[in-house]
Structures are given as structure tokens and as C-alpha cells.
Design a binder for this molecule. Sequence first.
Ligand code: HSE
Length: 309
Amino acid sequence: MKKVKVFIPATVSNVACGFDILGFPIMSFGDEMAVRKTDKKGLKITKVKGYDVPLDITKNVATVSAMKLLDDIKTDYGFEFEITKNIIPGSGIGSSGASAAGSVYAINKLLGDPFSNKELIKYAMGGEVISSVSEHADNVAPALLGGLVMVKSINPQQIINLPLLPDLFCFIINPKIQVKTSYSRQILPSKIDMNLVTSQVSNFGGLIHSLHTKDYDLLKSSLKDSIVEQHRKKLIPKFDEVKEKCIELGALGCSISGSGPSIFAITKGEDLAKKIEEEVTKIYQETNIEFSTYISKISSEGVSVIDSE
Ligand code: HSE
């Protein structure tokens, strides 16, 4: 194989009570990346389409991740990247995670799959750190593995694919304002009230149990964020109104996607996700902010090859 083109899904991370440790991919939307072997050693980004990301290989998450992988496996050839960035950087739906996951996945394919997708997570994380200034795998792990993923530990790596309940859909609204992950982390408190920690731990436990017992009511009472959302929601216009509407319409949960400004809601069934899309669109049309909405089944698919030569 000389050239491979991959699709990398956008991802919802944190998923309410799982700050830095839970995430899932959105299959209806993502980036594309074509990577080609070159005779000349080294990396080069030949083209970036869509949203603007650096061409400098030391500043682009995709090539920094690739360098981490190539530190461990030497080649006597190089790689050229053509990146189609559909996911806006700073949108909260895993833009940098997609670049990181896509590049290591594509290079691994061109090398003949020496690594498993789980093994690729550490290289992707090593690249993503340049954009968020913190090591977390709750975007890159679901982008690489698919499904609802729990990052129990990054060192040593313990990453678990959780069971999915049938018929779970996700609605997302992405207001077109940029919230940098580094800033969104900076505004979080360094000390947290013990009662909030207790509530978060109980919701996280409830969520995991609900998936194993197929208990939608328990899932609904657990999809809550007691710690992070209250600090970040001020960065997101109309967050409270959107959340209230989603819950009123019957969503199982609604919170901030990743570090924001995107908001997600989880529903049982696609019809409810569509109804929510309709109503939340009305709320956002009252602002002068541009936005996009997405609906996706929470699927077990992650990054995939769409073309190869
Ligand atoms: N878990 C991270 C955060 C996701 O919320 O800061 C950002 O990519």
C-alpha cells in the first residue's frame, strides 16, 4: 500500500459524569486524511482543506503524533499528508483528536499494521497534547476504537469498551465560536467540594451499571456532571435554555461536549433526537451565532479506511 485515505469521526468526550475518561464517536461527521509514502524521508503536509490548521509539521497535531509513532518504528521512507479538516478546531467535538488519531491510524496501515488500534492511542495522545496542553485520551481512544470508551488509566494504559444500549442516539449543536481546550481547562477549579466528588462518583458508577443492566432510567439519572459543566457553561450562549429544552423533551442527558462550546444530548431513538434538533435550532436562531447540528447513532465504529492504492 502506497497511499491510504481515512475517515476520522468527530467525538463527544466527558459524556457528562466522565471528565477526561469517557467518549464516543459521531459517525455522521468527521475529518478525512490522505497519507502517502514518499521516497524522501521525513514528513510533509502538502495540503490542508477546510478549516485552517498549521502546515508546520512541528505544530500540526497530525504530524506530531506521526513523529511519536515513527520514534518507535524506523522507516527509510517518508510520508506526505493531505488533511481535510471538517471539524472546527476549538469546537468541543474532538478536532485535534481526529487529526491525531487519523495520522497514526493511516501510517500504521501503510506500515502493514504493526500496532493494534489500542497501541496507537499513546502516539495519538502524544500529538494531541500540543493543542490541549494536557494528556487525555477521551477523544483519541473513541476515535480509534469506536463505541463508548472508558479511559481508566493512561499510564499504564487501561482502556475499556463499554457495552452500548440499543437505540442510543446523540444530538449535537456546535455554535461557531471557538473555545480553546487549554482555556477551558484553565478555568476549572483546582480544589473541589467533597460533596460534588461524591455525586460525580455515584453518577459515574450508576452510568456504568446502567449499561451492563440495560437500565435506561438509571442511565438518565446518571448522565449528569456535578463538577465541570457549572464552570464551563458560561462560555456557551444559551446553554441552560438548550439543556432545559432537551431534558423537557425527554433526553436521557445533556451536557457540554468535550471542552465546549458544543452541547450534546443523548436520546433513546432517532425520532427524539430529530425533535430536539428542531427545538434547539429555534433557540439558537434567536442568537446571531452561526451553528451546525448533527445527529448520530452511538456506534461501535471508529476511524476507517475509505480508499487505498
Ligand atoms: N476531556 C477534555 C476536557 C476534552 O474536557 O478538557 C477536551 O478535548
